[in-house]
Design a protein around this ligand. Structure first.
Ligand code: S3P
Length: 176
């Protein structure tokens, strides 16, 4: 990590189901930062759920909205940013995040992710006959992008609280 970088914010990236929103809540509380969830911000701006946006306007439109949200975030201070799973796949989004935030990637294997998301149905990309196969494929396609994060944290067999604790340690060491 570049020691000269100054972090005003903390951003969480990573695949669906790794715990970005729940861990983000804990981090925001501990740091007394606001929590911004990029999916929620998009949903509030458009007035539709992510699933509706995918269905009515298509994935490309959703990705454009994600990039627009990225511009808004540049002006923010003392926020924990929980990104949607595809957010950091766009190199411009990742680059922009790094100008103001320490970027932490939460990681889990496809099997663990599948167990965590199998009873949820709000994610349009996993509404398919073989969600585990889809997770394996997408995660391998996205891995290189996620690895551009400043810090990689394994979330397997650990509670959100334990994960948040480790991230706090990284963040506080980088912001003395
Ligand atoms: C997506 C992840 C979702 C949401 C959208 C697309 C992805 O966010 O942005 O369904 O491409 O991985 P979560 O990671 O919060 O589920």
């Amino acid at each position: 990590m570049d020691a000269k970088r100054h972090f005003r914010n903390l951003a969480l990236v990573g695949f669906m189901g790794v715990g970005k929103s729940s861990t983000g809540h804990l981090l925001a509380e501990a740091l007394d930062f606001d929590l911004v969830d990029t999916d929620t911000l998009i949903e509030e701006t458009v007035g539709k759920t992510t699933a509706q946006i995918f269905e009515e306007f298509g994935e490309a439109a959703f990705r454009d909205l994600e990039s627009q949200v990225g511009l808004l975030l540049e002006g923010r201070t003392r926020v924990v940013i929980a990104t949607g799973g595809g957010y950091a796949v766009n190199p411009q989004n990742m680059q922009r995040l790094k100008t103001h935030a320490m970027v932490v990637c939460l990681w889990a294997s496809p099997e663990v992710i599948f167990e965590r998301v199998r009873n949820q149905d709000h994610r349009p990309l996993l509404r398919c006959p073989d969600p585990l196969g889809k997770i394996r494929k997408m995660l391998s396609e996205r891995e290189a992008a996620y690895r551009q994060a400043d810090v990689l944290v394994n979330t397997e067999q650990r509670t959100n609280r334990e994960v948040a604790h480790q991230i706090l340690h990284h963040f506080q060491s980088a912001c003395p």
